[in-house]
Unconditional design. Structure first.
Length: 149
């Protein structure tokens, strides 16, 4: 061991100044935070999207479009998809309740049947809405349709 090889232990020295540790440290007093106000206090958190008195962007930009509160959203199934679901899940009746029990739709979702694809299996339907073409195809195969309210 020689005098020129001596070093302080790792972690025992601080390169940056420790703020708020007295006037002699050079970073005492206000601890580099300025005078007064929320930002100088402990525990300060800025609000999300706060722009410091400037008009916020969500108020500067104009409103766009229209949202219809009375709109009814349907989960759509085509006849080709229904044929695959019948094979996969072994449905004897294609109803919103069966779809919910198999995790295909949510409890309050409504179902609409469209006429794309082919349906070869005779099956009964209990759904909210159906297209004209799908109705013709289902009835030609021999299935029954019940429209739910």
């Amino acid at each position: 061991m020689k005098l020129h090889t001596l070093k302080p232990a790792k972690g025992s020295t601080h390169k940056e100044k420790r703020i708020g540790r007295g006037e002699a440290s050079g970073k005492g007093g206000t601890s580099t935070k300025g005078n007064k106000g929320g930002q100088s206090r402990a525990g300060y958190q800025s609000k999300m999207a706060h722009e410091g008195g400037q008009m916020p962007i969500q108020r500067r930009l104009p409103k766009r479009g229209f949202k219809n509160n009375n709109r009814i959203e349907y989960t759509v199934y085509n006849l080709g998809q229904i044929e695959k679901l019948i094979e996969k899940y072994g449905f004897t009746e294609f109803s919103e309740e069966n779809l919910y029990l198999n995790g295909l739709i949510g409890k309050t979702h409504k179902v609409k049947i469209l006429g794309n694809g082919e349906l070869k299996t005779k099956i009964d339907f209990k759904i909210s809405k159906i297209s004209g073409k799908a109705k013709e195809v289902i009835e030609s195969v021999g299935g029954k349709i019940e429209i739910l309210k």
